[in-house]
Ligand binder design. Structure first.
Ligand code: CP
Ligand code: NVA
Length: 317
């Protein structure tokens, strides 16, 4: 009898996941959060490797804790110590080798192409823990948080402010389009700050089927008016060189989320930031520490959604 090839499931970009899988994973995240005891042995004797080329607090600690809580083991691997980093090994050989040891790989890398290649050559599932291009695990935690705070997604309006040639912007665009949420991106009218055209076009194509409206504007007030969710992200992402700081402060200050901008949103609007955050830059302290802010709920939900993602890609649910 001919053997059947079972395709493995990766999470490289939210754009690759159909809405039904996104919705089921978030439902599982909510179940894991409500009943962690049901999953306490789910990863018995399984190993996750976590490869990091960039800094991390939330992604590293929430993945490692999540695996521990489900009875598995997580290895932190600093990419700078790898043979790959010193040019002595290829991505393909690294992927093939790791696939002989561990059950699942999570990687935080600079170039998106590297994680695509890693996933192509790995025979175990690969999860993207952030690249310069996208940040899908964070976006899933964010849509879980929106579901908790707003009861759903369809027809809601998310307004995003600031640096938009940005991994969070791109993942939120994909997720909003898939889930039928309207998204307005407010950023300077310059290519360096606007969403990558590939991410934007892809989101717009999906949105035309799901009824989501995707808009890019240079007018922050227009974006904020009537929004249900106000979202911002760092102006100095991990891959942005320090010498760009002054120019970015100058260009992005009109897009800072402050109390005046929050007042334009719906009265019950929530404020989101994936963190890390700089008070006085992408938002004021008054906003991030104020009553609309749900940033630590977002951070907490990384733990629950990562458990759900692991269960899903490992085919354990
Ligand atoms: N939001 C997020 O991914 O945080 P870390 O960079 O701390 O992992
Ligand atoms: N855009 C940010 C997200 C941090 C979680 C960065 O890439 O640094």
């Amino acid at each position: 009898m001919k053997s059947r090839t079972v395709r493995k499931m990766d999470l490289i970009a939210l754009a690759d996941w159909p809405a039904s899988r996104i919705e089921r994973t978030i439902a599982l995240g909510l179940e894991v959060k409500a009943h962690p005891e049901r999953f306490r042995d789910a990863l018995d004797r399984r190993t996750l490797i976590m490869i990091f080329e960039k800094p991390s607090l939330r992604t590293r600690v929430s993945f490692e804790t999540g695996v521990t809580q489900m009875g598995g083991h997580a290895i932190y691997y600093d990419m700078s110590t790898s043979p790959l980093a010193s040019g002595k090994e290829s991505v393909a050989d690294m992927a093939a080798t790791l696939s002989r040891y561990v059950d699942v790989i999570m990687a935080r890398l600079f170039d998106h192409e590297t994680i695509v290649e890693l996933a192509r050559h790995a025979t175990v599932p690969v999860i993207n823990g952030l690249t310069n291009y996208v940040h899908p695990t964070q976006a899933l935690a964010d849509f879980m948080t929106i579901r908790e705070k707003k009861g759903g997604w369809k027809g809601l309006h998310l307004a995003y402010f600031g640096d938009s040639r940005n991994n969070m912007t791109h993942s939120l665009l994909s997720g909003c389009a898939r889930l039928g949420m309207h998204m307005t991106v407010a950023c300077p009218d310059r290519e360096a700050y606007q969403p990558d055209p590939r991410a934007l076009r892809h989101a717009q194509r999906i949105a035309s089927r799901t009824g989501a409206r995707i808009t890019v504007t240079s007018d922050p007030a227009r974006a904020a008016r009537g929004a249900d969710i106000i979202y911002t992200d760092s102006w100095m992402s991990y891959h942005i060189p320090a010498e760009q700081r002054e120019a970015r402060l100058r260009d992005l200050t009109p897009y800072q989320v402050n109390t005046a901008l929050m007042r334009l949103a719906k009265p019950g609007a929530i404020f989101m930031n994936c963190l890390p955050a700089q008070r006085g830059m992408e938002q004021t302290a008054e906003v991030i520490d104020g009553p609309h802010s749900v940033v630590f709920d977002q951070a907490e939900n990384r733990l629950h959604i990562h458990k759900a993602i692991l269960l899903k890609v490992l085919g354990l649910v």
